[in-house]
Design a protein around this ligand. Structure first.
Ligand SMILES: O=C(O)CCC(=O)C(=O)O
Ligand SMILES: [Fe+2]
Length: 314
């Protein structure tokens, strides 16, 4: 059995490399993943491509990063919107985040590390890059499964070859008495896919198609795979890019850490011809992925209630 349907979110077992094209569970998992992404916009992946040692190193790396003085962290300035340092925001007081663009590339990771630690921090670079590469492998597998499920597998290799990865270290400190428990406001991701890994502190909630908020409990060594707006557009509106938010427990004492890998396309995001017919007219024009982020960063984009429709709707 490759997957089982829990009452709320689908859990897919990617462990032991059991799941590969041609394996007995591949076909059924294709189907399950498509349904999960269409119905909830996300599922939980059990994945052992990140060893327990690497997991420990990456959370250690997160601790070291957030312990740096704010003025150092603020040097994480990236031209692309929402890629660099976020923090010190009065209405989101619990949250802080930093981002490494092209996180599967050694040189880009080292540049980030040298900015934060001018004397170097090789263990930080190594943990960040190995984690990004391992999670990117999971992303590739999800892309292959999803594309095959829609019968567009011929596009999966060129898609994977045009994907870049943003690694974000995210921290939510425990709320103090009388402080808000809203740690990250409701939003949809602008990525193609997002893969989240958290420490032992839960808090992620996802809004289902029928507007029910689902609290996500990640089992140990699990990852949440979530569709972003670019995937929704690519699928001609079949996949849901769910609204989600982070709410912390008022009584919680520990900080929540999330390590998130966001995938972006360096080629145009375009609905495959296979998705368009008389019953399913084209809903979105092809677009440059970075332009979607820029639009979201504009006043019109931020106010939009339906960002894809307003940005690239036919
Ligand atoms: O911390 C989390 O679980 C969610 C983070 C998130 O939604 C984001 O960074 O876009
Ligand atoms: Fe998000």
């Amino acid at each position: 059995m490759g997957s089982l349907l829990l009452p709320k979110l689908l859990v897919v077992d990617f462990r032991n490399e059991k799941l590969h094209p041609g394996s007995s569970s591949w076909g059924s998992t294709c189907n399950d993943i498509r349904l999960a992404l269409e119905n909830h916009g996300c599922f939980i992946a059990l994945y052992d491509g990140v060893s327990s040692e690497l997991e420990e190193s990456v959370f250690q790396a997160a601790d070291e990063l957030f312990d740096l003085p704010t003025e150092i962290k603020m040097k994480n300035i990236v031209q692309k919107p929402y890629h660099g340092y976020v923090g010190q925001i009065p209405f989101v007081p619990l949250h802080e985040g930093l981002g490494i663009d092209y996180a599967t590339e050694l040189e880009d990771v080292q540049n980030f590390t040298n900015l934060m630690w001018p004397k170097g921090n090789p263990s930080f670079s190594e943990a960040s890059m190995l984690f990004s590469r391992a999670v990117a492998k999971l992303e590739h597998m999800v892309i292959r499964l999803l594309f095959e499920s829609y019968g567009v597998e011929k596009h999966s290799e060129s898609h994977i070859n045009s994907t870049t990865y943003l690694l974000r270290y995210l921290k939510y400190r425990a709320p103090e008495m009388n402080e808000t428990t809203m740690a990250f406001p409701s939003h949809t991701d602008k990525s193609f896919l997002t893969i989240l890994h958290q420490n032992q502190v839960s808090g992620l909630e996802i809004r289902s198609r029928d507007d029910e908020w689902i609290s996500v409990e990640f089992p140990a060594s699990s990852f949440v795979v979530m569709a972003g707006d670019a995937c929704k557009a690519w699928s001609n509106n079949r996949v849901l890019s769910p609204n989600h938010k982070v709410t912390l427990d008022r009584k919680g004492k520990e900080a929540r850490y999330t390590i998130a890998l966001f995938s972006f396309l360096s080629k145009m995001v375009k609905v495959p011809d296979e998705f368009v017919d008389d019953e399913h007219p084209l809903q979105f024009k092809p677009f440059n992925h970075l332009d979607l982020l820029k639009f979201y960063d504009s006043e019109t984009g931020r106010k939009s209630q339906n960002i894809l429709q307003d940005f690239c709707g036919v």
